[in-house]
Design a protein around this ligand. Structure first.
Ligand SMILES: NC(=O)c1ccc[n+]([C@@H]2O[C@H](COP(=O)([O-])OP(=O)(O)OC[C@H]3O[C@@H](n4cnc5c(N)ncnc54)[C@H](OP(=O)(O)O)[C@@H]3O)[C@@H](O)[C@H]2O)c1
Length: 298
């Protein structure tokens, strides 16, 4: 039942660490598995967790980039291991999880950060069912497979925490993001339910609903070039906070306002979203790949 007061207790411990900086983070000595660690938010999170004394396992597909990040993590004095795997390949993920358990034991913290975003209006998507399948594969089925893989160990040791890097779109429901936001919403909902089943085992989940973050992921959308966006370091700090404090959700205020508006004034919200979205057309990249991508690549 002490889990009921987890977040207030974590806030007290945070205050203690401020007064006494030598007090270790709850991440110290714990095994933290971070996916999508070869760039962007995942890379910054690896450095932030390394500074707090976590033992880090990094996953992504690009082996050379993983090696680069692992080198930088090791230079911060942290233990680090890398596994190059495509998280949409179920058999490869199962094999990797078996290897991780054999070499590193139970994963204490899992950060489901690897992901793919697609911003394309439905108008350009009528023959692009693969957009919806691809986003589900990496943003939903991949994380679910990892969660199912680490849960038995977490439940047996009666401790574990999962942070899902989702998006404020889960609350805002932004037009042109149907494929992306639906896949992140699926993970958000799965984890909310999983957390209810694992409550008695002290295994918890945070859905971290991030706003725009300045990474490679948003460069294809011209409209975002000058839009306000969080730095990767600020996003990583939010992930670390979610790992340490274990809240159920973490959101930014404007997304909470959007969520309330969607609930209280749904048609007005539709009108505002439609108007706003019609002023920001599909990116050149979204239009070009809709027009030219060969069927074999779909
Ligand atoms: N940037 C934003 O504005 C924003 C906002 C809200 C939420 N997010 C979320 O934040 C997370 C990180 O994104 P980012 O902005 O940091 O972009 P990023 O730099 O493109 O990072 C994406 C990461 O996911 C990995 N990845 C992609 N597909 C994979 C696959 N099939 N198997 C294994 N790894 C895969 C990539 O590594 P490899 O290519 O090496 O595999 C990369 O490390 C994503 O889940 C994204 O949806 C981003």
């Amino acid at each position: 039942m002490s889990l009921l007061f987890q977040t207030p207790r974590a806030l007290v411990r945070r205050a203690q660490r401020l007064v006494q900086p030598s007090t270790p983070s709850p991440l110290a000595g714990r095994t933290v598995l971070i996916t999508g660690a070869s760039s962007g938010i995942g890379e910054a999170t690896a450095y932030a967790v390394a500074r707090l004394g976590g033992r880090i396992i990094l996953i992504a597909r690009r082996e050379d980039e993983l090696a680069r990040v692992a080198g930088a993590v090791a230079s911060l004095g942290a233990e680090v291991a890398t596994f190059a795997v495509d998280l949409t390949d179920g058999n490869a993920v199962d094999a990797t999880l078996a290897e991780i358990t054999a070499q590193h034991g139970t994963v204490d913290y899992l950060v489901n950060n690897a992901g793919r975003s697609i911003r394309r209006s439905l108008d350009l998507s009528y023959d692009r069912m693969h957009d919806f399948e691809r986003t589900m594969a990496i943003n939903y089925f991949g994380p679910v497979r990892l969660i199912l893989g680490v849960l038995p160990g977490m439940r047996a040791q009666r401790f574990g925490h999962v942070v899902n890097v989702v998006t404020w779109g889960v609350q805002m429901k932004a037009p042109k993001f149907a494929a992306y936001i639906a896949s992140k919403t699926a993970l958000d909902t799965f984890s909310r339910i999983a957390g209810r089943e694992t409550f008695g085992d002290n295994v918890t989940f945070t859905n971290l609903r991030l706003p725009l973050v300045r990474t490679g992921m948003i460069t294809a959308t011209e409209a975002y070039r000058n839009a306000p966006a969080m730095t990767v370091e600020a996003a990583a700090a939010k992930i670390v906070r979610a790992l340490e404090d274990r809240p159920i959700t973490s959101s930014v205020p404007v997304a909470v306002v959007g969520e309330i508006a969607n609930f209280a004034l749904p048609r007005l919200s539709d009108a505002v979203a439609w108007l706003g979205s019609s002023r920001v057309p599909d990116s050149r990249a979204a239009r070009a790949s809709a027009a030219t991508e060969p069927a074999s690549a779909r």
